[in-house]
Each structure stands twice: as structure tokens, then as C-alpha cells.
Write a protein that binds this ligand. Structure first.
Ligand code: AMP
Ligand code: GLY
Length: 457
């Protein structure tokens, strides 16, 4: 059967790679994919932007026409989910991994997410939502010390300001609500209590529909906990980014924390998804702060995390495509999840200037043989195959790979599994050192204790 992967980042390259490694899958069609999926075994790119819903639907319908073999689509990023792509594909009779637009509001609206958490008793930071800037500023005045300002809508990682003092928080409210720097996404803001602790990301498979709930089969199955490193610079300094690297399993997560995560976050979330009558078959991402009072939910994402996916999927000891089918069929509760022993580390290489204006168009050199010998894997995020340098024949030394050129801020991640964190880090960084491009930068401390703390300023 075929699998379609919608999206163009490093997460989508990892998903496509995981699907391609299944003996059940004959071909992975990436819409639009990137320079990594262009050359991945069994993968083919179709040049339609994930943002063009009607064209994506058309491409999926034509790819799957006449197939009744269990073929399915996986939607990677949040924007098409919030825009209702899963609903549209379902109307066409296409099996899809990714929630419908109503539950996708859990990520698309911070206010909707907070109200859901409060309604179902999910452990989270205290907060209040405002549509009036003066009232939001008055609320900031009622907090002592740091406070967090969150734009309600999707803002590609730019909508959250962790403010050490009131001035910064007030400036963020003015940016979002008065100057409309994020457009409609900043019309409403959530003012939230600041939580101190260490962050973890728990990705999970979700099968919830009213029919499954009636049979007692609605379920959320968490994966091994992962940790992203959001700050640009070593030692958790500098501006927030989309993620500078991930490890899995995250170190220092106690059994007690995981038990509290289940009872205080996962179970009330499942109860809520069922009570709302959602059709949610896909992935959910719990962004969690482990505080001294236990784990608290910072956010839901209605998809896999990027770059967490690039560290978590290499640890799978099961067939990813069969798990996708189990999500669709509502059988994840009985699916044989199993994880490889050891640790995965995936540092990200970024372009000079990121997360601001960054450089583009630099050719990437990758010593693929060396990386393959190490058992590591490079997942491409922001790079494309340079058509001017495309290999023409099997005699061409670049055949069949072609030269990649950078197009994004986050360019790629090198992912490696080791018997422990030290070995995983050593392998991943050796792999990253076998890659180079103009303006390449990366953090050397991914996975080290304290590299992703949220503690004071
Ligand atoms: P979010 O998109 O809500 O996950 O926020 C982005 C990042 O801001 C998180 O990964 C945290 O690092 C930080 N953050 C969000 N909410 C809080 C909070 N209440 N306290 C401390 N840090 C936070
Ligand atoms: N790594 C965080 C995210 O995917 O949003």
C-alpha cells in the first residue's frame, strides 16, 4: 500500500523514512516533501504546498485512485490540520492520520486549549484570557515576578513571550494586541503564571471517536518521553527557536512523574476528547513543565513534535505504518508498542541569522557513507535539491542524490541511537561534523543535564 505524508519539514522526513522502512509500504508520496524526502528510499515528492488545501486533496485523491488496499495519509504540521484538511480528506473517503479541525483547535487557540484543560481538570498553569489590551495589562500588574504572555492563535513559535518582569510583558501585549504584529493570531492573549522546572515532550498516538468511546476502546498511548531544547544558545540562553535538538528518552524523568502525567494530564485529556464527541485519530503532543508540584501541561500540539520526532522514531521497535493503521482502525490500545533500549540524540543545524532573518542558498556537503557506517541518520528540514546541480546520469558522482542547498532556518538534524546518552551524543555529533554548509551553527550541549531548564532569568 501507499502512504502519503503532508508537510515539508524534518518531522515529515522522519515520518516518511519510518513509513518507507515498513515492508507493507510500496511507496511514500510526500506533499510537498523536501530535499531529504526527494532522495529517500521508496519516497517521491509531489510539488503542491501543504497550505493549498484543495490542491492537496486533489493530489491525494489522484494518488490513491482505485486503491482499496489500506493506503492512508499522514498530516504532519498544525496549519493544515487547523484548516480542516483531515475533514476534507475524510469526505473523499481517504483514511487519514491527523485530527479533524474541531479538536485541532486545542493547538490553534491557546484560549480554547486552556478552557479545555480547566473544564476537564488537566494539571496546568493558572491563566486568564483577554480581548482588551488594558485589561491584559492590568492582569500583568496583579502578578509578582515573571509572567507568560501567549497570543491566542497559531504564530509559528513567535506567539509566546516569557517575560522576566512586567515591562517586557506589557510590551508583548502591546505588540500582539495594539500593533497586531501577529495579525489576527494576537487579537486575544492568554496571561499565564510562570512555571519553573524542566520541560519534557510526550508524543502519543490517539484513537478517539464516539463509536470507539461507546465500546470502551478510545485511547491515548504515550511514546517514550522526549526533550526539546528551545533556546538558540548553549546553556539554555538566547531567544526561543522552533527547537535546537532533541533527546529521547529524556533523562531524569522519574516513574512518579510519569505516573502523575498519566493521572493528572493524560487521563483527563482522554476524558475530555471523549466528552466533546471528537473524531481524533492522529498524534497528540503534550508540552510539559515538570515543576516541584508535579508535571503541568503547557500546551497541546495536535501532531508530532519537531525535532522530537527525529529522536523518537529511531527508537521504535515496531512497524510505524502498522501503528498508523491501528490509529485509523481504532486498535492502538492493543498495538504492540515496544522501544529499543538506549538513547537517541538529534542535534539540529541551523542557518546563520536564525531565528531572525537567516541565510539561504548554501550548498550542503554530506559524507553519507561515513554517516551510514555509523548507523546515524540525517533528517533534512530546510533544504531542497538544487535543480541546476541535479545529477544527470548514473556516471555522475552525485547520482542519485544531487546537491542539497539550504532553504530554511532549521536545516537538518543528525540523529543517532547509542547504548546510553554519552554514546548517542558522540555518534550524533560525529554525524553532524560530517555535514557542512555556509553559515552552519548548532548547540553542542543537546541532551546534557540542565540544557533545557526554565529557571529564573
Ligand atoms: P508553548 O507554545 O505554550 O509551549 O510555549 C512555548 C515555550 O514557552 C514553552 O516550550 C516553554 O519553554 C515556554 N513557556 C510556555 N508557558 C510557560 C509557563 N507557563 N512557564 C514557563 N515557561 C513557559
Ligand atoms: N518541538 C516543539 C514543537 O514541535 O512545537
Amino acid at each position: 500500500m501507499k502512504a502519503i505524508v503532508i508537510g515539508s519539514g524534518g518531522r515529515e522526513h522522519a515520518i516518511a523514512w519510518a513509513l518507507a522502512s515498513s515492508p507493507d509500504i510500496t511507496e511514500v508520496v510526500c506533499v510537498p516533501g523536501n530535499g531529504g524526502t526527494a532522495t529517500e528510499h521508496k519516497c517521491r515528492n509531489v510539488h503542491v504546498s501543504a497550505a493549498e488545501t484543495a490542491k492537496v486533496v486533489e493530489a491525494c485523491v489522484s494518488e490513491l485512485a482505485g486503491l482499496a488496499d489500506g493506503s492512508f495519509a499522514v498530516i504532519g504540521p498544525e496549519d493544515p490540520l487547523a484548516a480542516g484538511l483531515a475533514d476534507r480528506l475524510a469526505l473523499e473517503g481517504i483514511a487519514v492520520v491527523g485530527p479533524h479541525s474541531r479538536p485541532a483547535q486545542l493547538e490553534a487557540s491557546k484560549d480554547a486549549a486552556k478552557r479545555f484543560m480547566e473544564r476537564y481538570g488537566v494539571a496546568c498553569a493558572k491563566s486568564a484570557t483577554f480581548t482588551d489590551a488594558r485589561e491584559a495589562i492590568a492582569e500583568i500588574g496583579r502578578h509578582d515576578g515573571p509572567v507568560v504572555v501567549k497570543a491566542d492563535g497559531l504564530a509559528a513559535g513567535k506567539g509566546v513571550v516569557v517575560a522576566p518582569e512586567a515591562d517586557t510583558a506589557v510590551a508583548a501585549v502591546k505588540d500582539f494586541m495594539v500593533d497586531s504584529t501577529l495579525g489576527a493570531a494576537g487579537r486575544k492573549v492568554v496571561i499565564e503564571e510562570y512555571l519553573e522546572g524542566e520541560e519534557i515532550s510526550i508524543l502519543a498516538a490517539v484513537s478517539v471517536t464516539p463509536e470507539l468511546a461507546a465500546k470502551g476502546k478510545a485511547s491515548i498511548v504515550p511514546f517514550v518521553p522526549a526533550r526539546d531544547h528551545k533556546r538558540l544558545l548553549e546553556g539554555a540562553k538566547g531567544p526561543n527557536t522552533g527547537g535546537m535538538g532533541a533527546v529521547a528518552p529524556a533523562n531524569g524523568v522519574s516513574d512518579e512523574t510519569l505516573a502523575r502525567f498519566r493521572s493528572d494530564i493524560l487521563e483527563p485529556t482522554l476524558k475530555g476528547l471523549v466528552a466533546e464527541g471528537y473524531d481524533y485519530r492522529g498524534f497528540i503532543f503534550f508540552g510539559i513543565m515538570v515543576t516541584k508540584d508535579g508535571p503541568k501541561l503547557l500546551e497541546y500540539n495536535v501532531r508530532l513534535g519537531d525535532p522530537e520526532t527525529q529522536a523518537v522514531l529511531p527508537l521504535m521497535d515496531f512497524d510505524f505504518s502498522r501503528m498508523c493503521r491501528a490509529i485509523i482502525d481504532g486498535t492502538v490500545a492493543d498495538f504492540p508498542f515496544a522501544w529499543k533500549p538506549g538513547v537517541a540524540c538529534a542535534p539540529v543545524a541551523v542557518s546563520r541569522g536564525y531565528p531572525g532573518q537567516y541565510e539561504k542558498g548554501h550548498p550542503i556537503t554530506i559524507d553519507r557513507e561515513k554517516i551510514a557506517r555509523m548507523g546515524a541518520k540525517v533528517f533534512i528540514a530546510g533544504a531542497t535539491v538544487d535543480q541546476r546541480r541535479a545529477p544527470r546520469s548514473e556516471g555522475d558522482p552525485e547520482w542519485p542524490v544531487g546537491t542539497l542547498v539550504t532553504t530554511g532556518g532549521r536545516v537538518l538534524a543528525a540523529s543517532a541511537v547509542g547504548k546510553d546518552l554519552d554514546e548517542a551524543r558522540a555518534l550524533a555529533y560525529r554525524a553532524l561534523e560530517s555535514v557542512s554548509f555556509g553559515g552552519m551553527g548548532f548547540r553542542r550541549d543537546i541532551g546534557l543535564p540542565g540544557a533545557a531548564v526554565s529557571k529564573g532569568f
